[in-house]
Write a protein that binds this ligand. Structure first.
Ligand code: UDP
Length: 376
C-alpha cells in the first residue's frame, strides 16, 4: 500500500515522522513523503534534524502572495504530484494550508484520506484563523479520522462523522517527544536562576497583541529578580524584527531560535513555566511537568486546561504579567500546575495508527478482490 504523507510545516514534520517510521517498519506499506515546503526554512530544518529525506519536494509557495494564492499554488502542485505518485492513501496532519490542500487534492482524485490529529475545534471559524476552517474542511473529506483524545472524537461525532471512522490514538507529537527527549538533558541554567520560555507566532497574534506580550515580558523581568526569559523566535522575518526591536539587549532576556527540535525540547525541560500560543508546545510542556500559560483567548486543546496543567491568559499586557508573576512568586500555586502528565497521549499514537491502517489495508484488499471476482 503506497501511502503519500503530505507535510510542509515544522509541526507537521514533528508529528508525521513517527507515523512514517511506524508504517515503514510494517510489511506491505510504502510511505512516500511529499514536502509542500509551506514553511520552507523551518520545514527543511526539522526534516534534517529528524533524518527524513522527502521522496518529493514541491516548489515553495511565494512568500509575497495572499493566503488564498499560496493555497492554490500548493493545491495545484499536489494535484500533479498525486497524479504521478498514484498513492492508495493520502495522510495529512493537523490544520495547515498543506493539510487542507492535501486533503482537497486527494479528494479530487478520489484517493482515500487519513487525517492525523483530527477533531480539534474551537467552533469559531475566526480563531484560530485559518486553522479552524482548514480542519473543518478536512473533517468533512477524510475517510479515517485519527483523534488524539476522546474530546476530539466527540467533536467529530458532533459534526456528523460516523463512529466507525473515528479512532482515538493519542497525539503523535507526544510520540516524537518520547522518541527524542529520552536522552536529552535540560539546558543548563545559572545557579539561583529560574527560566521561562516564550513563543508567539500565530496569525491571530500578529497585530498589536505581540507588543502587548513583549511589554508584559519586560514587566515580569522587572518584578521577578531571579527569572531569565528566553524568547524562542519564529522564522517569520516581520515577527522577528518586532521581537528584536522590543527585547534586544534587555538584561535577563534572550532571543534564540528557531531551534532544532531536540534543542527546543532541552530548553523546555529546563523551564519552570512556558508562555506560548503554539499548539505543539501546549501538548509537549505537560509531558515534562512544565505549566503552560496559553497566550490566546481560546484553545482547541482544552484537555490541558481541564487537567489543570495549562491556563488561558489571553494576550493583554496586564493579564499576562500578573498571572506569570503570581505563579513565579507563589511556588505552591505553580507546583499545583507542574504535574507531569500527558493529556494528549502516551507516546504510542503512531503504532495505533499503523495498526488501524493495517486492518484498513486488509479490508481494502478483500474489497478489491471481491470487486474483481464480481466483475469477472
Ligand atoms: N519547535 C522547534 N523549534 C523551535 C520552536 C518549536 O522544534 O524553535 C517545535 C516544538 O517542539 C513543537 C513544534 O515546533 O513540536 C511547534 O511548532 P509551532 O509552534 O511552529 O506550530 P504549532 O504547533 O502552533 O502549529
Amino acid at each position: 500500500m503506497k501511502v503519500a504523507i503530505v507535510a510542509g510545516t515544522r509541526p507537521e514534520v514533528v508529528k508525521l515522522a513517527p507515523v512514517r517510521a511506524a508504517l515503514g517498519a510494517r510489511p506491505g506499506f510504502e510511505p512516500f513523503w511529499i514536502s509542500t515546503e509551506q514553511q520552507s526554512a523551518l520545514n527543511s530544518q526539522t526534516l534534517e534534524t529528524l533524518g527524513i529525506v522527502p521522496d518529493m519536494r514541491l516548489a515553495p509557495p511565494a512568500d509575497d502572495r495572499s493566503l488564498g494564492s499560496r493555497f492554490a499554488q500548493v493545491m495545484d502542485q499536489l494535484d500533479t504530484a498525486l497524479g504521478e505518485v498514484r498513492p492508495d492513501l493520502v495522510v495529512v496532519q493537523g490544520d495547515t494550508s498543506s493539510t487542507a490542500a492535501g486533503a482537497m487534492a486527494a479528494f479530487a482524485r478520489r484517493i482515500p484520506i487519513a487525517h492525523v490529529e483530527a477533531g480539534l475545534r474551537t467552533f469559531n471559524l475566526a480563531t484560530p484563523f485559518p486553522e479552524e476552517g482548514w480542519r473543518c474542511v478536512v473533517g468533512q473529506l477524510a475517510d479515517l479520522h485519527f483523534a488524539p483524545t476522546g474530546l476530539a472524537a466527540e467533536n467529530l461525532a458532533r459534526q456528523g462523522v460516523g463512529a466507525d471512522r473515528i479512532f482515538v490514538t493519542g497525539n503523535t507529537g507526544v510520540d516524537s517527544v518520547r522518541l527524542t527527549a529520552a536522552g536529552i538533558a535540560p539546558e543548563p541554567l545559572a545557579p539561583g536562576m529560574r527560566r521561562i520560555l516564550v513563543t508567539l507566532h500565530r496569525r491571530e497574534n500578529w497585530n498589536s497583541s505581540l507588543e502587548q506580550v513583549l511589554d508584559a515580558l519586560l514587566d515580569i523581568r522587572d518584578h521577578v529578580p531571579d527569572v531569565e526569559i528566553v524568547f524562542v523566535a519564529h522564522a517569520n522575518p516581520a515577527l522577528r524584527q518586532r521581537v528584536f526591536a522590543r527585547l534586544l539587549g534587555e538584561s535577563r532576556i534572550r532571543i534564540v531560535g528557531p531551534l532544532e527540535y531536540p534543542d527546543f525540547l532541552a530548553l523546555l525541560k529546563s523551564c519552570v513555566l512556558v508562555l506560548s500560543d503554539s499548539g505543539g508546545v501546549q501538548e509537549e510542556a505537560p509531558v515534562f511537568g512544565v505549566p503552560v500559560l496559553v497566550l490566546r483567548e481560546s484553545t482547541e486543546r482544552m484537555e490541558a486546561v481541564n487537567a489543570g496543567v495549562a491556563r488561558l491568559v489571553g494576550v493583554g499586557r496586564a493579564g499576562v504579567a500578573a498571572e506569570t508573576c503570581r505563579l513565579l512568586t507563589h511556588e505552591g500555586q505553580r507546583q499545583v500546575m507542574a504535574r507531569a502528565l500527558s493529556p494528549f497521549g502516551d507516546g504510542y499514537a503512531a503504532e495505533r495508527i499503523a495498526e488501524v491502517l493495517t486492518r484498513y489495508q486488509a479490508t481494502s484488499l478483500a474489497a478489491g478482490r471481491s470487486a474483481r471476482l464480481n466483475a469477472g
